[in-house]
Structures are given as structure tokens and as C-alpha cells.
Write a protein that binds this ligand. Structure first.
Ligand code: IVH
Length: 686
């Protein structure tokens, strides 16, 4: 496709994708299947890859994040971000209504708007000239953190809002053109299913799971590396316009309608209510359907609909008088901690787990809850024998909320982290800067088990029939000590195991045999290198091509691969320096696995995952004013490109700053594209 045709197609794809974003996020009424949407995005990605200078910062593909920051900047909110007063019962809700009417001196019922109270974190989005320029957290209400780069990666947040050039007309029925400067507020959260999948991936990668979707959302949004945020499934629902210069609204309903019309996601369950009794009805109704909602809510918010009344009511201390948060009673139960046991994971992390008297919490029987780590136990002062309140957070991992201190009888035993591993007796250490304790035993059966289970798991070598129980049996009976031993199992040895029949032994051996030629990315993932999940393994396979090349790569080389920073690179290099790991790899090779196997990432996936500047070489000349030379170099490399020192046949772009040298002449003669600083920054999405 030539450039002009590509430009036309790119524009049409962007318009179509934006249309479908609106159908999905604003109208909750998608017109096409997710897979078809992915196809459009994939085509756009591929075209932008071929014509990187046609990439614009607000293209739907530009949500991949940027190189990490040292720390977040501070943002002073132009309008403070208030919090809400709480109500916990019907009577307290009626009391809120009485207060409002008393203050306004009115007998008539007040019209309200009722909204689900999402359990995430509040953010403020500033758009100038239609473009998202600053996004910040609430912070202390007056000053928040600048998380713009992170918010830009969230698909539900428009990077730009279409503006008409004319001055905004007065709002008609609440609709208004988008003014020069607008500030939008809402809640960033993570849906339950996305949260479950994220935790599953984290556990597979030997990382601690998040306790609940709120923590996952907050942890993801407060990442200094926005490329990590980009991989976290965050979404945002908007509920207020804090600034819209030149536009006035009459009702909160009109504000919400306008938000939706401008392209923001507004919760579809928001309703008007003619009086407080209707609000209370809604409170109970939403309370009943709470567990079925795709996201977590901790209550509803009731807001006075008429904005003039809101203004008259004003705020007291740091909460508005015109709104109230009506909280639901948490799904909590009381039980007793009978024991605290230790679970040892693949990476040797010791996790304390509470074994509790079984109790039903929100319809599910619960008898175990993770206590995360020693610090967490200390903080909550949890002891064996304690009566505790537990709650199901994020409907998956039960959590001990607090100890019922009044139930203590004095026989409760404080928990002590063992000094040796309960599985293998090796020393337990706590690395500096980590909350986790780890077993350093090289032959720890728990680690070996978890390691082999990971090796055989679905995203890795996918060996059918090799689940937790089978692996435990093989390890306990001394048939295998590491993943490579799987390929040396014989039928005779398997038949020596209890309850192992001829048929199951053959099935298992066949499944192992089928796994002998894994694609390189799966093999890399299977090795269980710390911090290497499926995605990163794919990128490494693409970049290195063979296991040998990966093993020989230096930390610097590894860091040229997208998403790999110094910590991950060090983990890879360290893994291949470990004699025990090299022995396993050698054994795998002697079984005929993974040797010199070229990667087999399907071409389509490879294109999609390739960095936008992959295969492109840049040369810088002259002084750049908005970005340092090293920073610019890092930026190109983080997007998959390379930086050369002189103009050669392989140079694709010369970036010219002030006071350029002879390189520019050479570029001109060779017909190489010359970008000024602004064009370079636009190309890289800065
Ligand atoms: S209105 C001045 N509406 O609840 C009113 N808040 O305690 C500002 N929240 O910080 C907030 N859903 O994080 C509002 N539909 C909703 C909300 C909501 C969740 C959170 C928000 C805020 C906190 C107030």
C-alpha cells in the first residue's frame, strides 16, 4: 500500500474504532464482536508499523505506555476533590434528605440522582483544546499525583474529545460543544473478571496476588512505568464535570448526558429519583444485585439533581451537603483461626495461610485465607486461636479484616515465621527491601513441585494430566527432581506408583512426548524465570530467535527488548548463570528439547507485538531542546528502534535539532527522512 492510501485507510480505521469505543464504553451497546474489533485495531497497528510517521499521539494504538518516571509530579487541583459523608441505614438516608430540605427551607420533595458507588480510586482528567493533557489522582483532595501517562493507557478514557472551532453555544437540553478547557472526574476501577485473570497470571509468574480489585486498580495506576499500567485491565466511569469554561448546566442529569455525548463512559445504572423514598428503593435494589455486577461497588451515591440547589447547599468541611454515600454492610463473617500454615511457592516465597473454622461468607464456604506476609500479620496482630472478622474481597480471596480483640482469652499464640523451610529444612531469608520470606533450598520439594507444575501448565508446555497431584506423587516418590526428568520417565517406573494403571501411564507418557517440540516462547515461559510471564517470553523469543541467543544475551542487549528493564534483564542473566539451571537446560537438550529451535510465534501475533519502531534506525544530530539526547535514545529503544551514531545505508530517520552538523547533508544526499524535534516527538507520541 502506498503512503497516501495508507493515510486514508488509517484515518478511516481510527474513525471506525472510535465509533466502536463509544458504542462499547458510552452506550454499553457494542455493534461488533470483540474479535472483529481486535481485527480493526490489528490492521491499524500494522499500518502504523509500516508508516510510523503517520502515528499520532491520540491514535487508538497509542495506549502502550511510555518509559518509566523517577517519581510522580504533584498536581494542585483547581477545584478541590471533596469526599462524601456516609449514611449506613434507611433512617440515616432520610435524615440526609431532611437536612437538605431544612437548609433550603423547602417542603417539596427534592429530585435526586442515584449512582452506584464504585470501589476504585477517584481521578481528575484535564483536557485542553480537546486533548487530554493532565490526569491526576485525588491525593489529599487539594494536591494529587500526576498519573497522566498511566491514565492515557486506559481504553475507556478518550485521549481527545472532538471540538468544534466555534465558541460553545449555550447548552440545549444539557448538550454542549466541548470548551477549550474541561476537567472531568470519575472512578478508575478494575472489573472482577479482569482482576481474577490478572491474579491468575501473577500467581503463575510467582508474584503475589492483589487482595482485591480496588488494590489492583490503585497499584496499577500508581506505577512509575506506564507500560505496566498499559497491561493492566483498568476502566473508568465518569460522574462529574469539575470545569467546563463557558458552559453552564442546570442539572446533574444534564452533566451526565453531556459526559456521555463527549465520549466518556458513564455508568448505565445511574437513575433520576423523584424523592428520597425512591432513592432508598434504589439503595436496596442495587444492594441485592451487587454481587452480580461486573465490578465491585461499596454503596450508592445520592446527589441533588438541581445544580442551583447544589450551589446553595454548598459544602461543610470537606464534603458537599448535596450528596451522601450510602454504604452497604460488608459481606463479613466471624470465625476462629485454628492454625496458621506455610505455603511455599515456586519462587520459594513462604506465604502464611490462616486455617479457619469453616464459615459461609456471601454464599460461599470459606476455611482458608491468605495472610500475605509477616508484616501484614503483625500489623493486624493476628494470633492462632483469635476470633476474627473475615470478608470475601473481590469475591475470590477471602481476607481477614480484623481481630475481635474483645474475644481474646489469653491463650492465643502469636505467629512466628519459621527460620527454616517447613518443606525442606533449608534456611529462610528475607531479602532487603522485600516483604516476602524465601526458602533458599535448592532442592526444596515444594519449590520443585511448583516449578514442575508451572513447567507443565497451560501457557507453558501444556502437558495434559500433569496437575498438582500427579506432580506431587512423582516428586515424593523420587521419580523426578526437575522438569527435565519428565522426559526420562519410563512406563516401568510409573507403574511402580500407587494406583497407576497401564492406561494412565501410557497416556501420561504420550502427553509428555507430545510436548517435546515447544515453540520457543513457551519454553522460555516454562523455565520459570522470575518476572517472565507469557507476554515477555513471546517478546524474548521474537527478539532472540533461539534459546542459545537468549542465554548469551547481555543485560544491555536484553533491555533493548520492549518492556524489559534492568530488573527483569538481571533476573534473566542471573537465571542463566546459575549452575543448577544450566544443568536442567543441558538435560532438556539431551532429551531433544528446545535445542536451536527457531521461535514459532505465529506471524500475525509477531506483527502485533512488535514495537512501533521495530527495525527502524535513528541518528540524532544537533541539540534537542525539549528532550535530552540520552532520553531520546531511550525512547526510540523502548519502542523497538535502534540508534546509530553516523548516517549509513541502514539509517531510516535523521533527527535534526539546533546547530546541526554534517550528518544532515549526508542524509539529504541519501534521501533519508529528516525529522525536526517536533516531528520526532509526535512520531514517538510525546
Ligand atoms: S461523587 C463531592 N460519585 O467516592 C463528590 N463519588 O467518598 C465527589 N465514588 O472520592 C464524589 N463512585 O472516589 C461520586 N458515583 C460516584 C462515585 C464516587 C465512587 C468515590 C470517589 C470519591 C469517594 C467519595
Amino acid at each position: 500500500m502506498n503512503r497516501e492510501a495508507a493515510r486514508t485507510r488509517i484515518e478511516s480505521l481510527r474513525t471506525t474504532i472510535l465509533h466502536h469505543n463509544r458504542r462499547y464504553y458510552q452506550m454499553d451497546d457494542p455493534e461488533i464482536a470483540d474479535a472483529d474489533y481486535d481485527l480493526l485495531l490489528r490492521e491499524l497497528n500494522a499500518l502504523e508499523l509500516e508508516f510510523p510517521d503517520l502515528i499520532t499521539p491520540d491514535s487508538p494504538t497509542q495506549r502502550v505506555g511510555a518509559p518509566p518516571l523517577d517519581k510522580f509530579g504533584a498536581v494542585t487541583h483547581r477545584t478541590p476533590m471533596l469526599s462524601l459523608a456516609n449514611a449506613f441505614s434507611d433512617e440515616e438516608i432520610r435524615e440526609f434528605d431532611r437536612r437538605c430540605r431544612r437548609f433550603l427551607g423547602r417542603e417539596d420533595p427534592i429530585h435526586y440522582v442515584v449512582e452506584p458507588k464504585l470501589d476504585g480510586l477517584a481521578v481528575n482528567l484535564l483536557y485542553e483544546s480537546g486533548r487530554l493533557t493532565v490526569g491526576s489522582t485525588r491525593g489529599d483532595g487539594a494536591v494529587g499525583e500526576d498519573v497522566t501517562l498511566n491514565l492515557r493507557t486506559i481504553p475507556a478514557i478518550p485521549l481527545s474529545v472532538p471540538r468544534t472551532e466555534d465558541p460553545p453555544p449555550p447548552p440545549v437540553g444539557g448538550m454542549a460543544a466541548v470548551p477549550e478547557r474541561i476537567e472531568i472526574r470519575g472512578e478508575v476501577c478494575m472489573e472482577r473478571e479482569a482482576f481474577r485473570n490478572l491474579n491468575r497470571r501473577r500467581t503463575e509468574q510467582g508474584e503475589p496476588p492483589f487482595a482485591n480489585p480496588r488494590n489492583a486498580a490503585a497499584g496499577s495506576l500508581r506505577q512509575l512505568d506506564s507500560r505496566i499500567t498499559a497491561r493492566r485491565p483498568l476502566t473508568m466511569f465518569c460522574y462529574a464535570i469539575a470545569t467546563a469554561e463557558g458552559v453552564t448546566f442546570q442539572t446533574h442529569e444534564a452533566v451526565l448526558r453531556t459526559l456521555a455525548a463527549w465520549g466518556f463512559q458513564v455508568n448505565p445504572l445511574i437513575r433520576p429519583a423523584v424523592d428520597i423514598e425512591e432513592c432508598i428503593h434504589y439503595y436496596h435494589h442495587i444492594g441485592q444485585m451487587r454481587e452480580e455486577l461486573p465490578y465491585e461497588i461499596d454503596g450508592i451515591v445520592i446527589k441533588v439533581n438541581d445544580l442551583r440547589l447544589q450551589e446553595r447547599l454548598g459544602a461543610v468541611s470537606r464534603s458537599p451537603r448535596w450528596a451522601v454515600a450510602c454504604k452497604f454492610a460488608a459481606i463479613r463473617e466471624r470465625t476462629v483461626i485454628e492454625d496458621i500454615v506455610i505455603q511455599v511457592g515456586r519462587t520459594g516465597v513462604l506465604t502464611p495461610v490462616a486455617v479457619m473454622r469453616a464459615v459461609r461468607v456471601g454464599g460461599v464456604m470459606v476455611s482458608r485465607a491468605t495472610l500475605h506476609n509477616e508484616d501484614e500479620i503483625r500489623k493486624k496482630d493476628i494470633r492462632i486461636g483469635d476470633t476474627v472478622m473475615i470478608q470475601r474481597a473481590g469475591d475470590v480471596i477471602p481476607e481477614v479484616v480484623e481481630v475481635v480483640q474483645t474475644a481474646r482469652i489469653g491463650t492465643e499464640k502469636p505467629f512466628v515465621m519459621p527460620e527454616t523451610c517447613p518443606e525442606c529444612g533449608a534456611r529462610v531469608v528475607r531479602m532487603e527491601g522485600e516483604v516476602a520470606h524465601r526458602c533458599i533450598g535448592i532442592a526444596c520439594p515444594a519449590q520443585i513441585r511448583e516449578h514442575i507444575v508451572h513447567f507443565a501448565s497451560r501457557g507453558a508446555l501444556d502437558i495434559e494430566g500433569l496437575g498438582d497431584k500427579m506432580v506431587a506423587q512423582l516428586v515424593t516418590n523420587g521419580l523426578i527432581h526437575d522438569p527435565a526428568d519428565l522426559f526420562f520417565l519410563t512406563k516401568e517406573r510409573l507403574l511402580g506408583l500407587e494406583r497407576m494403571a497401564e492406561k494412565s501411564a501410557s497416556n501420561l507418557l504420550e502427553a509428555i512426548g507430545r510436548a517435546k517440540s515447544p515453540p520457543l516462547d513457551r519454553l522460555i515461559f516454562a523455565l520459570g524465570i522470575r518476572h517472565i510471564g507469557e507476554q515477555t517470553a513471546k517478546r524474548l523469543a521474537q527478539a532472540c530467535g533461539t534459546l542459545d541467543a537468549l542465554m548469551a544475551a547481555t543485560s544491555e542487549e536484553l533491555q533493548t527488548v520492549r518492556d524489559i528493564g534492568p530488573e527483569v534483564a538481571a533476573s534473566i542473566v542471573g537465571f542463566f548463570q546459575e549452575a543448577a539451571n544450566l544443568q536442567v537446560i543441558q538435560k532438556l537438550r539431551s532429551a531433544g528439547i528446545g535445542d536451536m529451535m527457531p521461535h514459532r510465534v505465529p506471524m500475525e501475533t509477531a506483527r502485533l507485538q512488535a514495537a512501533p519502531l521495530a527495525g527502524k534506525t535513528f541518528v540524532f544530530t544537533g541539540t534537542l531542546s525539549r528532550i535530552g539526547r540520552n532520553e531520546a535514545k531511550a525512547l526510540v529503544e523502548s519502542m523497538g528502534g535502534a540508534v546509530g551514531s553516523s548516517v549509513t545505508k541502514t539509517t531510516n530517520y535523521v533527527v535534526a535539532g539546533e546547530a546541526v552538523g554534517s550528518k544532515i547533508e549526508k542524509a539529504r544526499q541519501s534521501g533519508i527522512a529528516i525529522l525536526d524535534e517536533a516531528a520526532f516527538l509526535a512520531l514517538t507520541g510525546c
